[in-house]
Design a protein around this ligand. Structure first.
Ligand code: SF4
Length: 297
């Protein structure tokens, strides 16, 4: 590992612990800025405004104390790009040890339980946790993208198989719009609105979910390079915020603070649309290592 990315396995583990601390305690700047913009659109003294003010108090306290923004530190999901020559088993060991250490430092709540018995694992290490996805990069870049996703917002995610005649949703962009709005209406503020929609169109069931989750790595202000998806994102953002659900479902203008969509090809028999919902505690961070230099975003 030393000769490929310029740092040892131990140093990589330490770097990932810091990545987890940043993700858990400090919301990304673009997220905070967008939430502030949305708060300022709410009427003074409204419940929506007061709720968003409380959220900002929470954000500041967590950052100052370097403590988790929310008690549910969620599923720990890594998307890792690594250069040729690195062994996945080495990366996995560093990532798992980092999660264990971050849990003992209280950056993560000991969340993971045995699915059948409910027994608490205590260190957040188990079968399938942390979730780690790998992709080999072309160059010598090593990048770790991390999302901590709470259960409340994960539970209101949805997947639709089009057409859905009961909803008047066909196999086209209008159908996609209808089912995505349905997901927001069904959530009704649960999963801690305001939130971000990640949408995955096409593929098989697992691919569409994966694609929808991958959208969460995008910046709030980026513009989709596909004009059809850019229009879809804008439309859903506007219509979603006209539903009046508001922060935590208390009513108001701010139900969504971003919408991000991706598309992949499919077979003719299937047309899946997956909607991943991410709460206001939008804990995503990334880390890049080049020639032994670690940088965080
Ligand atoms: S949905 Fe998000 S803000 Fe709400 S409890 Fe879960 S992690 Fe926390």
């Amino acid at each position: 590992m030393d000769d490929i990315i310029g740092i040892s396995k131990d140093r990589l583990k330490e770097a990932i612990i810091e990545l987890i601390r940043r993700a858990s305690a400090v919301l990304p700047e673009d997220v905070v800025e967008r939430l502030k913009t949305m708060r300022d659109l709410e009427k003074p003294e409204s419940r929506a405004r007061r709720t968003l003010d409380s959220i900002f108090t929470n954000i500041e306290m967590a950052e100052n104390a370097s403590r988790p923004i929310c008690q549910d530190t969620g599923t720990v999901t890594f998307d890792i790009e690594y250069p040729f020559g690195m062994r996945q088993s080495d990366i996995e060991q560093a990532a798992r040890e980092a999660v264990r250490a971050a849990t003992s430092k209280n950056y993560l709540r000991p969340n993971v339980v045995d699915s059948l018995s409910g027994e608490i694992k205590g260190d957040n290490i188990g079968a399938g946790h942390p979730a780690i996805y790998y992709e080999q990069s072309d160059g010598d870049i090593f990048k770790v993208m991390l999302v901590l996703k709470g259960g409340g917002c994960e539970n209101v995610g949805a997947q639709y198989s089009l057409p859905r005649p009961d909803m008047g949703a066909g196999r086209d962009l209008n159908g996609i719009k209808k089912v995505c709005l349905d997901a927001v209406e069904t959530a009704l503020g649960r999963g801690c609105a305001p939130g971000v929609l990640g949408i995955g169109i096409g593929g098989d069931r697992s691919q569409s979910y994966k694609l929808s989750k991958h959208q969460l790595h995008r910046k709030i202000n980026d513009v989709n390079p596909d004009p059809r998806l850019a229009e879809l994102e804008e439309w859903l953002f506007e219509k979603g915020n006209k539903l009046g659900i508001g922060p935590m479902g208390f009513g108001g203008e701010t139900t969504l603070f971003a919408v991000k969509a991706g598309v992949m090809d499919r077979i003719p028999a299937s047309y899946f649309v997956a909607v991943t919902y991410m709460c206001w505690a939008y804990r995503r961070r990334s880390m890049t290592i080049t020639n032994g230099e670690v940088s965080y975003d």
